[in-house]
Ligand binder design. Structure first.
Ligand code: KG4
Ligand code: ZN
Length: 343
């Protein structure tokens, strides 16, 4: 049994966790920075990096204390090394390197996306490789075939916005707070999902790529028109995203005969998304797995679990492992034709 101390700092959540290779989470803590960023209507990278500096060391002490574990008992230190906002990634990775060096423990530089991608296996021991994964977060929207640790084949990606970004921008256009996903989901519960006609970009197109820019613009127009209740817009928008997910994922099921369909990443916390994809899996005779909502949004338990999987495979990193703003899971995947140039 291996014990991993994990750090996460790629966006606006500071997190630490102690996770074992036999799927126990001995302690974990997440501190969001929503209040710090709210006045700016989005995440400010410099504010996030500074907040990670202030918050992370205390979280490490807290999880060790809660689990009554000394740093000497830990087998390895796992830290997110990208992709994400580079200042925050550097803070977490350097904190991890400092702990690894001073305690004489190996460092595991974890790809944040691999954290999301493997997270369902932390809570679902039955979920074996390979599986088809819809990874939908604030920065990414991809369909991947996951064949093992470090083994990803990208089947589709977004040609413009990520799904979470669409939720956040739709929320912003209605004056809802950041992050927008939970706010839209709550408001949608009071609305009529058939009330506002909205597009389903790329629906029916041959390759299972995603596009959300046109949907976002349509929401902005619906809000500006003043013709609709915001709850109806929220419900209609959420339904449009679910329809796109289901249609695009149905296309990907033709490209992969993996026995299970899995959804992960922050947007997978959404109940309508979860049930839409579960139905799709049932229709196609695939098993379905989705982590609990707290494990979908950013946390360090998933980084610890990815660390445990990598540690078991003998994959540890040197102390000069780089922080990476961009770090695709499938680096052989080519840019998609029609994709806008986005930072
Ligand atoms: O995975 P995550 O926590 O961070 C990134 O790696 O990006 O994902 C954050 C995204 C945000 O865009 C947020 O609005 C969205 O996930 N999100 C949701 C929900 N909870 C978080 N979207 C829809 N419904 C939710 N309940
Ligand atoms: Zn994430």
């Amino acid at each position: 049994m291996a014990l991993i101390l994990a750090l996460e700092s790629s966006c606006d959540d500071s997190a630490a966790a102690l996770v074992t290779s036999d799927r126990q989470i001995l302690a974990q803590a997440v501190v969001g920075q929503n209040d710090a960023h709210r006045p700016f209507g989005g995440v400010v990278p410099e504010i996030a990096a500074r907040a990670h500096v202030e918050i992370l060391p205390g979280l490490v002490r807290q999880v060790l204390h809660e689990a009554d574990v000394g740093i000497g008992e830990v087998d390895a230190i796992a830290a997110t090394a990208g992709p994400g906002l580079i200042g925050g990634v550097m803070v977490g990775l350097l904190t991890g390197k400092g702990l690894a060096l001073s305690a004489g423990k190996p460092l595991i530089a974890v790809n944040h996306l691999e954290g999301h991608a493997l997270s369902p296996r932390l809570v679902d021991p039955e979920l074996d490789f390979p599986y088809l994964l819809l990874l939908a977060s604030g920065g990414h929207c991809q369909l991947l075939e996951v064949s093992g640790v470090g083994r990803y084949r990208r089947l589709a990606t977004t040609i413009d916005d990520a799904a979470g970004e669409a939720f956040d921008k739709a929320a912003k256009s209605m004056g809802l707070g950041y992050p927008g996903g939970p706010a839209i989901e709550a408001l949608a519960a009071e609305g009529d999902r058939g009330a506002v006609p909205l597009p389903r970009p790329l629906k029916g197109s041959k390759e299972p790529h995603f596009s959300f820019a046109g949907l976002k613009a349509a929401v902005q127009r619906a809000v500006a028109s003043g013709d609709h209740a915001h709850a109806d817009i929220a419900a209609s928008f959420q339904q449009a995203v679910v329809d796109c997910f289901v249609d695009r994922t149905r296309g990907a099921l033709r490209l992969s005969d993996a026995p299970s369909l899995v959804v992960a990443g922050g947007v997978a916390a959404n109940q309508a998304v979860r049930s839409g994809l579960q139905q799709l899996a049932e229709q196609h005779g695939r098993a379905f797995s989705v982590p609990p909502a707290w494990l979908c949004t950013d946390n360090a338990a998933m980084i610890g679990w990815a660390g445990a999987e990598r540690f078991a495979a003998g994959l540890v990193d040197a102390l000069d492992a780089p922080a990476r703003a961009r770090w695709p899971l499938d680096d052989s995947a080519e840019a998609v034709r029609g994709a806008g140039v986005k930072a």
